[in-house]
Ligand binder design. Sequence first.
Ligand code: ADP
Ligand code: MG
Length: 255
Amino acid sequence: MGKVIAIANQKGGVGKTTTAINLSSSLAFAEAKVLLVDMDPQGNASSGIGFDTSEKGYTSLYEVLIGDAEAEDAVIDTKVENLSLLPSNINLTAAEVELVTTLSRETRLKKSLEKLREEYQVIIIDCPPSLGLLTVNALTAADSVLIPLQCEYYAMEGLGQLLNTIRLIRESLNENLSLEGILLTMYDPRNNLSKEVLNQVEEYFSESIFKTIVPRNVRLSEAPSYGMSIIEYDVKSRGAASYIELAKEILPKLS
Ligand code: ADP
Ligand code: MG
């Protein structure tokens, strides 16, 4: 049975999608069989790994969640060996509205992924920047949650709310949900603020922080516009090294 890891933080721009794409690719590079699930209507994980979301006639996560298609039929191969994608696009916005009135609306994704868990060693879910029904579906389907925190002012703002949501999900929908870890992103050693955030987060969450800290690295921000992971785009970059290191921390914890 594959492990399902949700990458969540209701703040936008903290590195969720960058982490989803590059952690998935690094795990696939290490020969794990990986499925990347794009749970954000913006479709950035889909386009960032090279899928053209404006293409016509493909099945996306939207059709899967509203019950018009099976997840297995929506999964496509990516250019990266061992890495498959369950793509999304702007239609997913409607799912959030349409699901509100349906039965078992919080467990739609979990049900959809059941068969796929047999096939993949790890399933990575890229969450949208909100704590709405899509993120609740992701956290309900997940075994663990990885929280990226950007090393800047107010890094920890909203973290309490996220941890509270995780607690509520544990109490009602998914008692086994664990914290995979907190990942510091966009770290800049020349910036005193980055160091301050690091110290502060360490003080509160020492045990839960990944040893890997993702530096601010321009190659990481360039790669998605070429539809490439950092492994394909510039494997020698510091950004690539950091996500390979993160994959090494996570690999031993896969069953
Ligand atoms: P989120 O999915 O949380 O909204 P993204 O992963 O899309 O965040 O990142 C927000 C922006 O920051 C994007 O333009 C991305 O390319 C850039 N970015 C993310 N991580 C890094 C990094 N380590 N170094 C430089 N730029 C980064
Ligand atoms: Mg994103």
